[in-house]
Write a protein that binds this ligand. Structure first.
Ligand SMILES: C[S@@+](CC[C@H](N)C(=O)[O-])C[C@H]1O[C@@H](n2cnc3c(N)ncnc32)[C@H](O)[C@@H]1O
Length: 378
């Protein structure tokens, strides 16, 4: 086994949650410029891909150096032992980004890195002709920040938010990684009731169910590094078997998703079925103002519409006021709402216990948290 410098990438605002998850999996982390670094071997690459719920991707740092000229970029890239990662038939698209750096032309940086790797591999594999790139994929990124070059290889392939259960979606679905982060931030435990009153396509409820039963989010999907010869299928089979042993299918769940729109409920039910929770998550058509429960200590996590269009805003503002009134009747419940509306607390009729800045895609939002009082018998 080899030790690699690994990177778990995080969406803006989720860095500390991703770092916590990496730590919970047993690694020491270092966060720099919003990137979560840790060390691990081939098995750790498979394990973190399978288990990280809030990270976007897991990457290997192949090399880091400063470069101010294209020559430097070429030579330093060529010095890296790419043949240790890439087999002779590897497909290796190169993507790039450059921020506040002398080498600012991204297309040029990409093609220079590509040429340097080609040259290195041809020499290492004694090839005179071109490399046909018909084998496994190794997506390479050249990322330059203030003249510091970081060359990485993406071990995930499709982003980790692609769990494989989303068959269909509504107008504004939440990314699975953000939905999982909201559930984690709510500190919900599966012995408590959980409700998403704006469930849409069911993302938050499904992520809660996976957390509740300790299911690995990547269990049902493929990863680019699964095809890499130096990791090998055996390691992947082992981490999947281990995940199967850690899964707690017997954990009862009390999860309900409701939505005003019956079409969304059909989609949510299909997605939940695909995720393996056909009978474990309840879905019902209901307006948030009709929320009612006899249970205590529950958790509500939701992503109400933000109202981007004229005419919608008044309706949504009224709905938030209704929501504040209805949840006030259940003081032992904790409420977590992700919204971009600045006046959310005023409309809700209560100051939030805590707010946390998050980004839903490019939309700046807050997670408004109204913590419940613990009932006496808990
Ligand atoms: C931003 S979407 C939620 C998306 C969801 N998190 C997902 O991942 O698919 C907001 C949802 O709130 C629903 N909605 C709008 N007004 C509502 C109301 N008064 N009561 C309940 N649901 C409502 C919409 O039908 C829509 O599905």
């Amino acid at each position: 086994m080899t030790t690699f410098k690994l990177l778990a990438t995080a969406a803006m605002g989720l860095e500390s949650i991703v770092a916590n998850e990496v730590k919970e999996l047993g690694y020491e982390t270092q966060t720099e410029n919003g990137k979560v670094f840790f060390e691990g071997n081939e098995r750790d690459i498979a394990k973190t891909n399978l288990w990280l719920r809030t990270a976007d991707r897991v990457k290997i740092i192949a090399g880091e150096f400063n470069a101010y000229t294209f020559d430097e970029l070429f030579e330093r890239t060529k010095e890296i032992e790419w043949e240790k990662f890439l087999p002779v038939d590897a497909e290796f698209p190169v993507q790039g980004k450059s921020v506040k750096s002398t080498l600012h032309s991204v297309p040029n940086c990409q093609s220079i890195v590509k040429k340097a790797i080609v040259e290195r591999l041809k020499k290492a594999y004694h090839r005179n002709s071109f490399l046909d790139e018909t084998g496994p994929r190794f997506k390479i990124e050249v990322s330059i920040l203030k003249d510091k070059v970081q060359l990485s290889i993406d071990t995930s392939g499709a982003g980790l938010h692609k769990r494989g259960y989303r068959l269909d979606q509504g107008e504004a679905p939440l990314k699975e990684t953000l939905a999982a982060a909201l559930v984690k931030l709510s500190r919900w435990t599966p012995d408590r009731p959980f409700v998403d009153p704006f469930c849409g396509s069911g993302t938050i409820a499904i992520e809660a169910a996976m957390i509740g039963q300790n299911l690995a989010p990547g269990y049902n999907r493929d990863f680019d590094s699964e095809e890499w010869p130096w990791i090998g299928q055996k390691i992947w089979d082992e981490v999947r078997e281990e995940a199967e042993e850690l899964a707690n299918y017997d954990q009862p769940l009390n999860i309900l998703g409701t939505d005003i729109d019956h079409r969304m409920l059909t989609i949510a039910e299909e997605n939940a079925r695909e995720a393996g929770f056909a009978d474990l998550i309840q879905f019902e058509q209901r307006q948030v103002k009709d929320f009612t429960t006899t249970e205590e200590n529950g958790v509500v996590v939701g992503n109400p519409p933000y109202g981007e269009r004229l005419g919608e805003i008044e309706i949504i503002e009224e709905m938030i006021a209704d929501m504040g009134r209805v949840f006030a009747k259940h003081p032992t419940w904790s409420i977590y709402m992700l919204s971009s509306m600045g006046r959310f607390e005023t409309l809700y009729g209560q100051p939030a216990t805590k707010k946390r800045k998050l980004f839903n895609g490019f939309i700046r939002t807050d997670l408004f948290q109204f913590w419940g009082e613990r009932s006496k018998n808990k």
